[in-house]
Write a protein that binds this ligand. Sequence first.
Ligand code: ADP
Ligand code: ZN
Ligand code: MG
Length: 480
Amino acid sequence: MSREDYEVVIGLEVHAELSTKTKIFCSCSTEFGGEPNTHVCPICMAMPGSLPVLNEKVVEYAVKAGLATNCDISKDSKNDRKNYFYPDLPKSYQISQFDKPLCEHGYVEIEDEEGSPKKIGLTRIHIEEDAGKLNHNEFGGGSLVDLNRAGVPLIEIVSEPDIRSAEEAERYLKKLKSILEYIEVSDCKMQEGSLRADVNVSVRKRGAKEFGTRTEMKNMNSFKAITRAIEYEKDRQIDVIEEGGKIYQETLRWDDVSGKTFSMRDKEDAQDYRYFPEPDLVAIKLSDEYIQKIKNELPELPESRKARYMEEFKLSEKDSRLLTASKYLSNIFEQAQKICGNAKAVANWLLSDISRILNEKEIEPENIPFTGKDLAKLVSLIDNGTISSAIGKKVVEELFENPKDPEEIIKEKGWIQISDEGAIKEIVLKILENNPQSIADYKAGKDRALGFLVGQAMKETKGKANPQMLNKMFLEELNK
Ligand code: ADP
Ligand code: ZN
Ligand code: MG
């Protein structure tokens, strides 16, 4: 059988650090970084006799995430101890949720390969605490533990095995990230580990009813690594099966340098976490009013924003989707269009030149160095004829290099459009004088000659001449 006879099945467990000010069971800061062991107290260092107190904000943020992903919110949930030993886990158990998670049965909508909507089911979202961090080999080969991250609140979002390709996995993760950013419960900084995924992969023959055995790659925090790892693991599993072998349920490590997965531990030494209810915390009981209040306070989410852009600004489905994919891009769009009133032009700048530069320079939308106000100014300067769109492109480049009011940029650079009739005429006459052949060509019926002449005039003025006026005046002169 060939590779095409197999399909890949993927389920993701995503951990997102919540952006509450304080930790989940104590009042220490959740801030990233800091000198090792400075954001700690007896509770998050697990001193004997210390007792946890649940941070209400954590419940609120998790409920928000659940409502934004179409989950049922449990009015009766609880915390459980998940027991395992690891040096970055000072209590030797993690407080998590086992059989009664806060949120269940949700979904996130993405586009499938054909561009039609597809729902990826969410099994559950639960709250738990993060572990500390081991710094290896810094001191003569030893490892030192930093507990600043211990007790930082997490939500774990577990998907159903509904994902069918590496691209779908990437789209799902991007959508989830976008939703969490919109509702402001996590900063989702993947490089800082605020958003990371355990990736479960299996393959099966197309049309088969049963799933194949899955392998799991833990703690992945880059879209690129995740898609590469899925492709690799899919091919590896197909090869094993084609050669008559068997897939074992095991945890793998993805090595980004060699582009391969390696076995870490198999199901034989699978952990028995001996879950039991956390005796130091009371059950989490939520009222209908509490849940409804959070629901009422949810901001506009990407899906409804997209629909509004299509309706209100008559933008295409694709443009609306691209603009709303990132809250940050979308916010710049909203601000700019409100000021200049030209939604189409603002969308075009954001989705063409600005998106291209973001890609080239690998800048995330949240790090765009200029504001919607700057973009609005740029659009207005073009709309009122102060600059041409060719100059507009140069202004955009400049906004990334040296962000400031576009009006100042064009003054400083001397980029104001030449729209003075006398000045334009002078240029036209000069270009005609230097290009007698083009005049002859035009008269012989070669319309292309006009384009050439306009091009020459633009070159002469470094793109500053008003192109409509140039066209008109060349025609007048040529037809005299
Ligand atoms: P665990 O907590 O031991 O990792 P779970 O039952 O919670 O196990 O499943 C974890 C993830 O694995 C879920 O996201 C689920 O969708 C995914 N998953 C389960 N079975 C498969 C499979 N056969 N192929 C791919 N993914 C799977
Ligand atoms: Zn603490
Ligand atoms: Mg797992």
